[in-house]
Ligand binder design. Sequence first.
Ligand code: MG
Length: 453
Amino acid sequence: MKLFGTNGVRGIVNESMTPEIAMKLAQSLATYMNGEGTVVVGNDTRISGRMLKSAVISGLLSSGMKVTDLGCVPTPALQNYVKKSKEASAGIIVTASHNPREYNGIKLISEDGTEFSRENESAVEDIYFKGEFLKASWENTGNYKKELNANEMYVNDIVSLVDSELIKSCNFKVAIDTGCGAGSLTLPLLLKKLGCKTISINAQPDGTFPWRNPEPVESSLTELSKIVSTSQCDLGIAHDGDADRTVFLDENGKFLDEDLMLAAVGKFILKETKGPIVTPVSSSSMMGDIAKEAGVDIYWTRVGSIDVAYKMKEVDAVYGGEGNGGLIFPKHQFCRDGGMTAAVVLDIIAKNKMKVSKFRDAVSSYVNIKIKENIVDPKKVVEKIQKEISLSDGMLDINKTDGVKITCEKGWILIRPSGTEEIVRITAEAKNKTDAEKLIEIGKNILRKAVTD
Ligand code: MG
């Protein structure tokens, strides 16, 4: 049985994500840690956050752990606190990130602030399913304290890592939409400290997410777009529900593709610091292009920020991230870092005296097409493809890091099973639409053959 998905444990509140699950998971972590040390806990703005966090706290205390409660925080602010705090030995954040309102979830954080590795996750998972938890005697149950400076600490740490005086001197005007999520508690403060004039919408923490879904997609940012263009802002910034992801609108209110921003920001980072970069196999070839141009190595990992973060540590990378607005800056911390992403983009436009729309000229773009096919037992079908596929006409490389990625002369195809639905996803990328469509057809044929053979 699996408890952990790509990003922690998630489910619909009081159906597949209950206080019982939250408490057992906390007890499993405490048992894994032999009941010793301090666990830092926090939650995003979701309605069920306090309910689930209370269960987590209860489970930890019953096993003798000490608990420090940060209140409502973005995921990267909790990670930063765990990394910096001398007493913290782990963290638990109650969040369902960008998932719809009815969801919530739990993510485990290691002592150094990174997410739990896949190995450590499965060690905790084993304890969870065994159901034998450490129970402290009455006088040894843990103690609890609140610490309410994590958000400010996070913001101050970010400000110290960019050229804040230069950014201040630019007097940027920024429109923001934090979607009523946890970033409402950090992004306005960050921009204030960077001397920006800020127009905020949805900056009141509200777990009903009344005005848009926690996922910051282009179609849900039309209001922000209008504000940027009609108020002559330099840019628009939006976070997902737990503010580890950031997306941008240019000075005309136009959405900037996340894959493009991942690569374009990377290009500027590599100008200042040379070193390896890391990204999942699902990312655009633009990442390969910037690595090639800078003459540095690129490592392609499985899909998931955990895999990217650990590879980055292993190879001493200078930059990495996912094509969904989840950018990782080792000079701050090894995790998706929404606030840092916003500050770095301001730093880049200040230093290069450029408009935000100019990020589009930094890299040459591709056409990316994604489709889903309904397939029974998708994991088994993709494993079959992995086993049977071999290089044939027009194929240059087959990569089996995550699903099957086929590189061809005109682009690439990625075939991956969904972890939660009876679906196989096919992605294709090429320089133009015709080629991308052709590659999708090749992908479909490979899938069809695996199903019918
Ligand atoms: Mg998130």
